[in-house]
Design a protein around this ligand. Structure first.
Ligand code: PMP
Ligand code: GLN
Length: 384
């Protein structure tokens, strides 16, 4: 069997969700919201199942959804994308990322990755034959620097896999960093694979700026989005890929033989949802930011050291402040002894370079957050 997968552990998200189910813990580990998602979008999907087409849709996606994706990104991000040749629908962002890595990398090509990184990236890069070159982002700001990029890029760099907003740090890269990364991509003739699934989940008046809009990036970026995060429907697995025709032709070949299509009823509902009024998207942010603030205030009052969160569903704490240095052991104790599941952030590093940060998902009802806070109130007493 292939050792890359044979030697892999079950994902930390699955492990923590299973432990939460088994122990009856409040699950703030895996990132999914309590909110059921917009009812009109869900009804649209239900109607499409009953009344609509349930056979294979076109390989590249329903024309109505490809058009809606282009219109949505024109409206929100000022992008000019041709739905016919530059937009493809995939079965979640995960398929889009896996397919892009399969399509773009040849064995031995170097791939620049930024730690902390989403757990799927490294095994997918390795399985595609890529050689990872890491840039380790430094807390508390997780900024890109000329020096760290210069150390990771080389004349063998083929792809840069860049997640913005960044899960798990909940940070948004400033324009200055995007411009810096773009200059490196252009200088080294690299393709940027941009995981922008959290593009709408940004707080405090922050706007998401896509890397593809930076100078020199239009022809060398693959922009990946996900309806799961835009509509709080993480199980739907409807993703979108936007790229110039030269790249899209090859990306489409990978999609053709990985999944070929994505359920047409969900595509139709997402096409409808992307056209919703601005107020829906604004409300999504306001409501999530309110949950973030409630949970952050609760954690702070219990004595935890809370790191800033400008985006995503996540809030991190620094357990070094409690004199602790093993996030995995802390999370096991949290779920088994205190009944709260969280994610140890070392899972987002190739070698576990950081072991003092723990991630919580705050996209939950007030009652869920309050129940978690109640259970967490015993942790500090025990740690002390
Ligand atoms: N990339 C990142 C950074 C994510 O956080 C997630 C899901 N949480 C994904 C990709 C996967 O998205 P999807 O469910 O659409 O495959
Ligand atoms: N992206 C989700 C998170 O960060 C997890 C998705 C998964 O379980 N693979 O929590």
């Amino acid at each position: 069997m292939n050792p890359i997968f044979a030697e892999l552990q079950t994902s930390v998200f699955e492990t923590m969700s299973r432990l939460a189910r088994e122990t009856g813990a409040v699950n703030l580990g895996q990132g999914f919201p309590d909110d059921p998602g917009p009812e009109d979008v869900r009804r649209h999907a239900a109607n499409a199942v009953i009344e609509g087409w349930n056979q294979y849709p076109p390989m590249m996606g329903l024309p109505e959804l490809r058009g809606a994706v282009a219109a949505h990104y024109r409206h929100w991000q000022g992008l000019d994308l041709d739905p016919e040749s530059e937009v493809m629908v995939t079965s979640g962002a995960t398929e889009a990322l896996a397919g892009a890595l399969l399509a773009l990398i040849e064995p031995g090509d170097e791939v620049v990755l930024f730690e902390p990184m989403y757990d799927a990236y490294l095994p997918l890069v390795r399985r595609a034959g890529g050689v990872p070159r890491f840039v380790t982002l430094q807390p508390p700001h997780f900024r890109l620097t000329e020096g760290s990029l210069a150390a990771a890029f080389s004349d063998r760099t083929k792809v840069v896999l860049f997640n913005n907003p960044l899960n798990p740090t909940a940070t948004v890269f400033p324009d200055e960093d995007l411009a810096l990364l773009a200059r490196f991509c252009v200088r080294h003739d690299a393709i940027a694979l941009c995981d922008e699934v959290w593009e709408h989940v940004v707080f405090d008046g922050v706007r998401h700026h896509p890397l593809i809009a930076q100078e020199g990036m239009r022809e060398r970026s693959v922009k990946v989005g996900s309806a799961g995060k835009i509509f709080n429907l993480t199980g739907w697995k409807v993703g979108f890929v936007c790229a110039a025709p030269r790249l899209m032709r090859v990306l489409a070949k990978a999609h053709q033989f990985v999944t070929f299509t994505t359920p047409p009823n969900l595509q139709s509902a997402v096409a409808y949802g992307l056209g919703k009024d601005d107020s829906y998207f604004e409300r999504l942010r306001v409501e999530l930011a309110r949950s973030r603030d409630r949970f952050a205030a609760g954690l702070t009052s219990l004595g935890f050291s809370v790191l800033p969160s400008r985006a995503t569903y996540f809030l991190n704490i620094d357990i070094a402040e409690l004199g602790l240095d093993d996030d995995v052991a802390f999370c096991r104790r949290l779920v088994l002894d205190h009944g709260v599941a969280a994610i140890p952030v070392s899972a987002f590093y190739a070698e576990g370079a950081v072991r003092n940060v723990v991630r919580f998902c705050f996209a939950k009802r007030d009652a869920t957050l309050d129940a978690a806070l109640d259970r967490l109130s015993g942790v500090i007493r025990r740690a002390a």
